[in-house]
Design a protein around this ligand. Structure first.
Ligand code: NDP
Length: 297
């Protein structure tokens, strides 16, 4: 293996430590803790795990965690009413509605109900618009985490060729906007892209957000490229009945060629929650009018 491993877990821990210090300072100045409200509808096991770990990380950073659990039978009107209540609650700086919502609920409508200035997930169209026009807003956590790792590894990204595989609203598209803002030349590939291998092979930066285990092979990677693997796929493990997590990139092969690569697990995954906390801390400072030093987080 020649590639350096980009240790997202260590980076995320460092970010969370910095955040805890900033939170302590905010508490002293504002007389309250930054607050994050998480809304979970239904009993989806993966969502329950995410919500639990978000609550734990929020409290560990010295912040206030408000958790709201509604049954899968909750009506759209009930969820809208809860979000409106949180919009009006001064102790709440950030609101996150855990997706996916049950099929009878219109996700777009629920996201549109969140106050854009509390939308720490960055999914509201106002924040999507702010991102694409270069205004201050909230940026989806996973792509912002990827940019932090890339800046840490590469410094100035200007002029680099970046290829993103995947065009979802939560990863691929915001990733493209962020890389464009870093002055990369950006290509967004998807399921209809022709000659994907050749497209990926041009890239100085590859961001894989596909959801297909180990689809991107070692011989797709340009020697020395930086590879950010967002994919989280559960596949059968070595022992019968056991599973393991793999990314969208064939790690062992790609690590022979790349200059640097994120592992799965331990790469992008830990960044998502750390950035959620970061966005909430930023929201708290903006809402309370407490200045936050530029570049502090
Ligand atoms: P989506 O399913 O929403 O999007 C997948 C994208 O991949 C689509 O744009 C799709 O193209 C494209 N795609 C699918 N098949 C191919 C193919 N054969 N060739 C090229 N492109 C293809 O996924 P998400 O963006 O939500 O997530 C992507 C991965 O990232 C998943 O593994 C997910 O678990 C993981 N993830 C990890 C997070 C983290 O915290 N680390 C957070 C969010 C996601 P098209 O648009 O044409 O259908």
């Amino acid at each position: 293996m020649s590639a350096d491993i980009i240790d997202g877990k260590a980076f995320a821990e460092g970010l969370r430590t910095r955040l805890a210090a900033i939170v302590a300072d905010f508490r002293a100045k504002a007389g309250r803790a930054p607050g994050l409200a998480v809304v979970l509808v239904g009993e989806d096991p993966a969502s329950q795990v995410y919500v639990r770990s978000k609550g734990k990380a929020t409290r560990e950073a010295g912040m206030e965690s408000f958790e709201y659990r509604l049954p899968a039978t909750a009506t759209q009107d009930e969820i809208v009413a809860l979000v409106k209540k949180l919009n009006a609650d001064d102790a709440v700086d950030g609101i996150l509605v855990q997706l996916p919502l049950p099929a009878h609920v219109n996700e777009d409508l629920i996201i549109a109900t969140i106050d854009p200035d509390k939308d720490v997930d960055g999914f509201h169209v106002v924040n999507v618009g702010r991102l694409s026009t270069g205004l201050h807003g909230y940026v989806p956590c996973t792509p912002l985490g990827c940019i932090m790792l890339l800046r840490d590894r590469l410094g100035d990204l200007s002029g680099l060729d970046a290829v993103i595989v995947g065009r979802s609203n939560i990863v691929g598209k915001p990733m493209a906007q962020l890389l464009l803002a870093e002055n990369c030349t950006v290509t967004v590939a998807h399921s209809r892209t022709k000659n994907l291998r050749d497209v990926v092979r041009r890239a100085d930066i590859v961001v894989a957000a596909v959801g297909r285990p180990e689809m991107i092979r070692g011989d797709w990677i340009k020697p020395g490229a930086t590879v950010i693997d967002v994919g989280i796929n559960r596949v059968p493990g070595a022992e019968p009945g056991k599973t393991k997590l793999v990314g969208d990139v064939a790690f062992a092969e790609a690590a022979e060629v790349a200059g640097a690569i994120t592992p799965v697990p331990g790469g992008v995954g830990p960044m998502t929650i750390a950035v959620l906390l970061r966005n909430t801390v930023v929201a708290a400072h903006r809402r309370a009018g407490v200045p936050l030093a530029k570049g502090a987080i």
